[in-house]
Ligand binder design. Structure first.
Ligand code: NDP
Length: 448
């Protein structure tokens, strides 16, 4: 994916230099710039307004100490992050990732992607992301609460319902959001929708839990229909077994597909009869255990150590829903060789640049993350609306709105890919559509 435009190339080089230790951030910027060449050739006004220089620099980056005490009285210190990337079209919005791999570069790549994703939803949300290198695995509820309270004690100085509204991500589910919300309310003495992904008894939205996975399948379904095919009868791989993966599996199955494999960070299960999602929910949502436990429910299934092997299973459709760069060039080639025709991304940036090149070179239908997984943040936007109006919509109402948003996101990707001479390249369509709205808003608001 070489960039020919001299201006974009020069800016990319400067961005690389300035962020030399942040490979994931550079990867995300490079991908977007690759799609923007035809836009820059048409829109000198955006170059003159310095929009590109500004869009790769976060408005604000906050890093802080998070001290907490474990159940044995031992003190631990983690590092907390919030990157407030871009507020041109609305308050910063983006999740909080709790995982030992978290560092500033990871949070910046996620925040950068979020800017364009949120723009694609058509809702008024800017982009941000946060997190910590805290590992929630194996911690007691009390330890999780101690950590979340300490994290929010500092974070609450920088966020607010009209300023920055965090949500869940890897390692942050309803339990963690609840503890953070409680601490924010206690310190600030105000009940406002400062976080999304809240529990249903205190301002959460129905269908938020399902939204990213369902939304991924709504988007993928539109992409399949537009290309004369459907989920019906297809064999599907879903990596991960967390929030996104579980509800992607549920919706793909309801569309008539058979999901035959899921994974966690230790390994993957292959069940040729189709994944028993009830068992997965029990293992992951209730017991918080490892996916190998699946064999207790289905001894006839297979468990393999290591996550990468999941991509060697023959399939029609791959839905990566675990983490960044989980499909590399080699895995992408194996998918193609085994007959895979569609890759649609539930996780953020799950495909390496080499993998994406392989999809495009082999004519796969490719649903890029910032479009395909935008259903989560879109429904977070709907949760914010419900909180502001002090009312709750039914599951069906929210799901219907989510479905409509995912349809319009696919249409935008399709329309822009055609308008800019790359029909069927939904990655380019998503990047251009997401970028133009933010860029025009930035230009209109002056050099800030
Ligand atoms: P969860 O924490 O609920 O689940 C994450 C899943 O991915 C788990 O099965 C986890 O396994 C696995 N995983 C995480 N890190 C790795 C790794 N380094 N290697 C292999 N497997 C890994 O997170 P979500 O389902 O919420 O998020 C999954 C992806 O979707 C992320 O990329 C996230 O940014 C993206 N996303 C999430 C949204 C949401 O609404 N939640 C919205 C949009 C995107 P294990 O349990 O063993 O760690």
């Amino acid at each position: 994916m070489a960039i020919k435009n001299a201006y974009l190339n020069d800016l990319l080089e400067r961005t690389k230099k300035r962020n030399a230790n942040e490979p994931e951030f550079i990867q995300a910027v490079t991908e977007v710039f690759t799609s923007l060449e035809p836009v820059i050739e048409k829109r000198q006004d955006l170059v003159d307004a310095g929009v590109l220089e500004r869009i790769v620099e976060p408005e604000r980056q906050i890093m802080f100490r998070v001290p907490w005490t474990d159940d044995n009285g031992k003190v631990h210190v983690n590092r907390g992050f919030r990157v407030q990337f871009n507020s041109a079209i609305g308050p910063y919005k983006g999740g909080i990732r709790l995982h030992p791999s978290v560092n500033l570069g990871i949070i910046k790549f996620l925040g950068f992607e979020q800017v364009f994703k949120n723009s694609l939803t058509t809702l008024p949300m800017g982009g941000g992301k946060g997190g910590s290198d805290f590992d929630p695995k194996g911690k007691s509820d009390n330890e999780i609460m101690n950590f979340c309270q300490s994290f929010m004690t500092e974070l609450c100085k920088y966020i607010g319902a009209d300023c920055d509204v965090p949500a869940g991500d890897i390692g942050t589910g309803a339990r963690e959001v609840g503890f953070m919300f409680g601490q924010y309310k206690r310190i600030r003495n105000e009940w406002v929708g400062v976080l999304t992904g809240k529990g249903l008894t205190y301002g959460g939205s129905l269908a938020r839990k399902e939204a990213t996975g369902f939304g991924l399948c709504y988007f993928t379904n539109e992409m399949l229909l537009a290309n004369g095919t459907s989920f019906e009868g297809k064999t599907v791989l879903v990596s991960g077994s967390g929030n996104v993966a579980i509800y992607a599996c549920e919706k793909a199955t309801s569309y008539g597909a058979k999901v035959v494999a899921m994974s966690d960070s230790n390994g993957y299960i292959y069940d040729k009869n189709g994944i028993d999602l009830k068992a997965i929910k029990q293992i992951k949502e209730v017991e918080r255990k490892r996916i190998t436990e699946y064999l207790k429910y289905h001894p006839e299934a297979e468990y393999h150590e290591g996550c990468k092997g999941i991509w060697t299973i023959p399939c029609d459709i791959a839905l990566p829903c675990a983490t960044q760069n989980e499909i590399d060039g080699e895995s992408a080639k194996i998918l193609v060789k085994n007959g895979c025709k569609v890759v649609s991304e539930g996780a953020n940036m799950p495909s390496t640049p080499e993998a994406i090149e392989t999809y495009l070179a082999n004519g796969l239908l490719y649903g890029p993350a910032k479009a395909a997984n935008a259903g989560g943040v879109a429904t977070s936007g709907l949760e914010m609306s419900q909180n502001s109006m002090r009312l709750s919509w039914t599951f069906e109402e929210v799901d219907e709105k989510l479905h409509g948003i995912m349809r319009s996101i696919f249409k935008a990707c399709d329309d822009y890919s055609k308008e800019y001479g790359m029909p069927g390249n939904y990655m380019a369509g998503a990047n251009i559509a997401g970028f133009l709205k933010v860029a025009d808003a930035m230009k209109a608001q002056g050099n800030v």
